[in-house]
Every structure is written in C-alpha cells, then in structure tokens.
Design a protein. Structure first.
Length: 436
C-alpha cells in the first residue's frame, strides 16, 4: 500500500508499525526526505514519544519499541546528515542513556556506540554514504574499482605515455587524434564516474542544485559543469584545426569515442559529444562535413538515436531499464524529473471534512516525497565503480585540456565566430561564380 499523506505522528506510526514489517520503499523515502517536512529535533522527540506511548501495552510494546530502536540506529548509522541533524543529538543521547539504560541496556549501549561514532565524525558524517571509491595497484596504474574482476589492460603504448609526460612539461603537444578512442573513452568515463558516484542523496532534494543558499550540491553542479566542458572541448578541438581534412579526422575520432561511450554505458558522455557535433558552430562546416565518410555520418546518426531527448527522454529511459552494472546516465534527465516533482506538487494536502469534523485537515503530502525518493534510488542504482584501470598521465592531460576550455569561457557566439573564420559564409554571388 502506497501512503499518499498523513500527519507526522501517523507517518511515524507507519514507520514503526506493530503488525507488519514497514515497507522498505516507504522507510527509504521517509528517512531521506523527513527534513523537508519536519526538523530533526522534532523527529527525534516523536520517536521517543512513540516508544513511550506503547510501554504499558503488552501486545504492541515489543514490536513497536524494537522498530523505534531500529529507526534510531539506522538514522545514526546510515541516514545521518551532520549539517542538519546535530540538534537531535541531545534528545537521542538522553533517550539512550536514561530511558533505554534502565529497561533495555544492551540496545541503549548499541545506540550510544553509534552516537559516539556520529559525534566523533562531526562534519564528516554525511547522509547515505554511497559506495566508496577504491584504488588498487595494477601494473603501474590504478584500478578504480570495488570488484575483484581483472581490469582490461589500458590501450596505450610507452611512447604515448612519454608523450603525455612531455606534454605536461611543455616539451610536446598531444592531440586526441594520437590515442585509441577506446582509451580516451575509458579515462573520461572514469573521470565522470568519480563525480557521479560522489553525488549524495541530499544534493538532489528540493531542487538544491538550483539554489545559491541551503544544502550544498557541489557534486551535482561539478558533474553538470564537466558535461558542458566536455562538449566545449569537442568543439574546440575541431575548431582549432585549420585544415578541413584534418577537421574531418577529428570529427571521426570523436564519433569513435562516442561509440565507445555507448559500450561503457556512459550516456552523459555520448550526449556531450553529440551536442558539440550538432552545434551550429560545428554543423555549419560544410566543407569539412563533405569529406566525412558516409560510414561515419551513419554512425553519428545511430548515436543521435541512442540519446534522442524527445518524448520525455523515452529512448534513454528504455536504455536504462535493464542496466544493472556501472553506468553514467544523463544526469540532466533526472534533474528535470526532480524539478517537476518539486515544483508541481504542494508540500501538503487536504483531507475532506466528515461528521464530527466539518473542516478539513491539512496533512503532509508524502506522495511528493515518495516520488522524489524513487528518482534518487534510480540514480543510486548506477553509482557503482567501473572495473577499469586509471592512466594518470592521460587523466592529467585531459584535466588540463578541460580546464583550458573551461577558463577560456567561450560562448556559442565565440565558437560560431571561430567557425566562420575557418569556413566563411558563401554569398549567393560567390556561389554563382564558383559554379561558372
């Protein structure tokens, strides 16, 4: 049964029900979003009241009190959010030390142990910590993985690694064209994956990423900036070449990288490349596109179908349905979903009046928070590490290139100006003379 709404006591009753195990989706949604409709201190006080209210009821007391203890323990160990939840610490401490200390000493000690860990962590304690990023040594590079599977050997030669090191020292000038598209795709995917996996659930609540004040959404915003910078890097590498045949080779290279992104389930990366290749600054380069092979144009067409954004991202959503391994979805799709949920649903709902209560009652619109939690859980489904080897030299070079285009801060107008400098507009008169 899905819960559409209720008062805070009624929702807490469902969270600690006596007659059935609480629905896991409801528990996740409540613990993730309760700060949006009550304060941590009020929540803690309500849990204590719930625990005490059934103390004299022999039938209900044990299951209810057991579930209250589990909620408190899970809050401290899984869902704790230091920057908002500190106000609840005195209430939880008194509950564990006095109320539980006498009647449930073992449970009280467990909660006090969790309390001490939270208190010691301080500002390092964050809600719902996701899978940690781990690294293990592997033939001179790092493996960004939490699995035991063997990562594939990077497709890069010693001479290419030396070129990347020399590039860092200013002694060479590397290009995307110098490297295997597969390895470029792998390293960019690892860079994006680290940011994507760092996104915490609280960053996705109440459109926090759109607000200058309030909860920090730095990981969401950094991920969005990287996607934009990657698209600008693609455009920059094409527009930075004067020879149209070499520009066509660069387009071909990025198409190959995008195809590798599809294999790696990096849909955010695919979208960044397609956005660049279909931008007005690149798409207008007729002389360049004329020497791009039909085969590569066909590949580009297939890539466009892969990330078709029409019909509320129907194609992308279909692609995600059966994904169970590491993936980087298009984050903007989920941010759009969350924005619509936040803006399109009120915080409360009205219960109609009835006999003995002629006026309606305002309750929490829990359906709104349940919808939000479903989107957050969908995002978390993909936050698994890739079993790929990090090539530090290539990532350092890519970081430098991305920083270069980021700080250049070129607008679409700037890119279009560069494009017209490479291939000026052809007037009707000039075109007629060319035909003669």
């Amino acid at each position: 049964m899905e819960i559409a709404g209720g008062s805070l006591p009624a929702l807490i009753e469902q969270l600690t029900t006596h007659d059935a195990k609480p629905d896991s989706d409801f528990v996740f949604a409540f613990m993730l979003t309760f700060r949006l409709f009550t304060s941590p201190a009020t929540f803690a006080q309500s849990l204590v009241r719930r625990f005490e209210s059934v103390a004299e009821d022999n039938l209900w007391s044990k299951p209810v009190q057991t579930r209250v203890l589990k909620v408190v323990k899970d809050w401290l160990e899984i869902y704790w959010q230091a920057h908002t939840d500190e106000e609840a610490l005195p209430i939880i401490y008194r509950f564990a030390a006095s109320i539980l200390g006498a009647a449930f000493p073992a449970a009280g000690k467990r909660i006090l142990d969790s309390f001490e860990r939270v208190f010691d962590y301080g500002q390092n304690s964050v809600v719902l910590r996701l899978r940690p990023m781990t690294g293990r040594s592997h033939a001179g590079w790092t493996v960004d993985t939490a699995t035991t599977a063997q990562a594939p050997t990077p497709s890069i030669s010693k001479s290419q690694l030396n070129a990347l090191r020399n590039n860092r020292d200013g002694h060479s000038n590397c290009s995307i064209l110098d490297f295997d598209p597969l390895e470029v795709a792998r390293q960019i995917t690892l860079m994006e994956s680290r940011l994507f996996r760092a996104i915490q659930p609280h960053e996705l609540l109440a459109s926090a990423w759109m607000k200058k004040r309030g909860p920090n959404s730095s990981n969401v915003n950094t991920m969005s900036r990287l996607s934009t910078d990657l698209a600008n890097l693609v455009a920059d590498t094409i527009l930075g070449i004067r020879d149209y045949k070499k520009r066509a080779l660069m387009i071909k290279q990025w198409v190959k990288v995008a195809m590798r992104f599809v294999e790696l389930k990096n849909y955010d990366g695919v979208l960044a490349i397609i956005c660049a290749l279909t931008s007005s600054a690149v798409e207008r380069l007729k002389k360049t596109w004329d020497v791009v092979s039909e085969k590569n144009k066909g590949r580009l067409g297939e890539l466009k179908k892969t990330i078709d954004l029409s019909n509320n991202y129907a194609v992308l959503r279909k692609s995600f349905e059966n994904e169970v391994a590491s993936a980087i979805p298009f984050l903007g799709m989920y941010l759009t979903d969350l924005t619509f949920i936040d803006a399109g649903n009120s915080e409360t709902r009205q219960l109609p009046g009835r006999e003995g209560r002629p006026t309606g009652v305002t309750i929490i619109n829990f359906d709104k928070h349940a919808r939000t939690a479903r989107v957050v859980r969908e995002i978390q489904r993909f936050q698994a590490p890739y079993d790929l080897a990090v090539v530090p030299e290539m990532q350092a070079w890519l970081d430098t290139e991305i920083d270069r285009v980021h700080f250049a801060d070129q607008t679409p107008v700037d890119l279009h100006r560069r494009s017209t400098a490479l291939e000026p507009r052809t007037t009707l008169g000039a075109a007629a003379r060319l035909r003669r």
